[in-house]
Every structure is written in structure tokens, then in C-alpha cells.
Ligand binder design. Structure first.
Ligand code: G1P
Length: 298
């Protein structure tokens, strides 16, 4: 199948992050760090690895720290240079964006994920695009979006990342109704946002990585409020089912952390801390001792 190259990605970052108050009173949730890198950096790195060259942030009031993060910091950089701190300058490189590679568009009212993506419609135009939800952090040998871009080259259409979740957890997700299960790839015959556990078509949940046809943006023009009273991206994608471009789920290889929840954020912090060569030994020792102490106290 001949598919167009995916070069644009949308990062919906307008949410208030109330689950992480009081921290999010003054810092955007996306700037919160796993070890020493902000959540948003993981999403950007993953997008870059997949060939994305244009990054569209859908922001809201109070998110200016994100814009500063991806800007050059001349004073800081010259100080580091003068002090001969080459490694730190190297670390900062990942935060620099080419001029014009990053665009910000405001979502002026919190009307839902579908509405947030729709806010980027003029910047996307008439080409397929990716969406990455920075709350979903995915540790993988080959970055998740890159896996999807490769699978999409075979299928075209629309593709969402997916994984099996515990049946009692389905009501927190978009859920796929599966027509054909081909292993890594499934073709959907339905998709529903946050179904009740006993009404869910499966336990195959949508995870926050999407490759979408521009037709979905068109669908968003007239999508009504759905689950939770919000304009849902899931509903706009589901409209494509049965049309000329199918909707596929892609079972990615990797470990997903739900950094939109405190428990998930802590799990990711531990996992990423343990995966870091410079911290591994000390941190593993500490965790080991802590568990031993807890056991002894029981
Ligand atoms: C969003 C999507 C949902 C998806 C989830 C994955 O929900 O609406 O379909 O399953 O992300 O993290 P949210 O977590 O923003 O409520």
C-alpha cells in the first residue's frame, strides 16, 4: 500500500492536571519529571524517532513553561560553555527545536481530547498525522510510534495503539470492538469511549498513540459531546469504520506507564530510575533494603 509519510504530530497538553495538585498549580503536568526528563521530552523523543519533523502543541493558559522548555536558553548555555560543562550542553540539545518546527495553538475551552485535536486542524491540513498523549509513557526497544509507522505503511487508514487491560479497568479507556484479529494488528468494527465494564465490546484498550487520516478532523467538525460530556477523539475515529479507510488497533511491544495517575507515575519513576546506568546500582540497593525492612516489620 502507498501511504503518505507522517511528518506532523499533535501533542494535546491543555489539561489542567488536577490529579497532580498542588504541583500543577504552578507547573504544567507535562514538565513533571521522570528522573530528570520532563514527561513531554519522552513524547518528543518518540515522535522524532518515528520521523516526525513538525510538532504541534495544543496548549492552554498557564502552559508557558512548555514553550520556554523548547526554546534556547542563551545565558544558561554560555555559562555551561564557559565552565566547560560539555555533557550538560549535550543534554540540553534534545530540548532545542529548529525554528519553525514547533507550533503552539490554544484550546480556549476544555471541551475534550477530540476538540483539542480539532484545534490543530489548520496546521495539519490535508495529510495523515500522529497524535501522542504525553501521559502515556511507553518504554520500548523500538519506540512505539516508530513501530506504528512501520505497521501503518502496510495498512494505511487509521491506527491506534492498543493493549489488553484488566476487564474491570476498561471504563477508563477507549475500547475496540474487533472484526479481524491478525496478531499485532487488529481491524476494528467498533470503538467506544469509556464503556461500562459490562457493556465493553472487549478489553482491548486504546493507548495514547494514533496515526489518523485528515478525514477524522473533518468528522470532528460535527461530533457531539460524548462520554463525560466531552468531544471525544474516539467517536470521530469510529465514524471512519465501515468507510473507505479502515480503523486498526496495533498491539505495540513495550511497557506502558499511565503517568496521568499517581500510581502509574511512581511506577514509571522507579522503572526509569532502575534503567539508568548512572543510578541503577545505588537505587536498586536502596529498594532492596527498603523492601527487606518492610518485610521485617510485618
Ligand atoms: C484518553 C482517550 C482514551 C484512551 C486514553 C489512553 O482518555 O480518550 O480513548 O484510552 O486516553 O490513555 P483520558 O485518559 O484522557 O481520559
Amino acid at each position: 500500500m502507498k501511504t503518505r509519510k507522517i511528518t506532523k504530530a499533535v501533542f494535546p497538553v491543555a489539561g489542567m492536571g488536577t490529579r497532580f495538585l498542588p504541583a500543577t498549580k504552578s507547573i504544567p503536568k507535562e514538565i513533571m519529571t521522570l528522573v530528570d526528563r520532563p514527561l513531554i521530552q519522552y513524547a518528543i523523543d518518540e515522535a522524532r524517532a518515528a520521523g516526525i519533523t513538525e510538532f504541534i502543541f495544543v496548549t492552554s493558559r498557564g502552559k508557558s513553561a512548555l514553550e520556554d522548555y523548547f526554546d534556547v536558553a542563551p545565558e544558561l548555555e554560555s555559562r555551561l560553555r564557559d565552565a566547560g560543562k560539555k555533557e550538560l550542553l549535550e543534554v540540553l540539545k534534545d530540548t532545542n527545536m529548529d525554528s519553525g518546527a514547533i507550533a503552539y495553538v490554544r484550546q480556549n475551552r476544555p471541551l475534550g481530547l477530540g476538540h483539542a485535536v480539532w484545534c490543530a486542524r489548520r496546521l495539519i491540513g490535508d495529510e495523515p498525522f500522529a497524535v501522542l498523549l504525553p501521559d502515556d509513557v511507553i518504554a520500548a526497544e523500538k519506540p512505539c510510534l516508530q513501530q506504528m509507522v512501520e505497521a501503518y505503511a502496510q495498512t494505511g487508514g487509521n491506527m491506534v495503539a492498543t493493549m489488553e487491560v484488566a476487564p474491570e479497568r476498561v471504563s477508563a479507556y477507549g475500547v475496540l470492538d474487533v472484526a479481524d484479529d491478525m496478531g499485532d494488528i487488529v481491524r476494528a468494527k467498533g470503538m467506544v469511549e469509556k464503556p461500562k465494564a459490562d457493556e465493553a465490546p472487549s478489553n482491548l484498550a486504546v493507548i495514547g498513540r494514533y496515526i489518523l487520516s485528515p478525514r477524522v478532523l473533518n468528522n470532528l467538525n460535527d461530533i457531539k459531546q460524548g462520554a463525560g460530556g466531552e468531544i471525544q477523539l474516539t467517536d470521530a475515529i469510529a465514524k471512519e469504520i465501515g468507510g473507505e479507510e479502515s480503523v486498526y488497533g496495533f498491539r505495540f511491544r513495550g511497557q506502558r506507564y499511565d503517568c496521568g495517575s499517581k500510581a502509574g507515575f511512581l511506577q514509571a519513576t522507579v522503572a526509569f530510575g532502575l534503567a539508568r546506568e548512572d543510578l541503577q546500582a545505588e537505587f536498586a540497593d536502596y529498594l532492596h533494603d527498603l523492601l527487606a525492612q518492610q518485610k521485617a516489620a510485618q
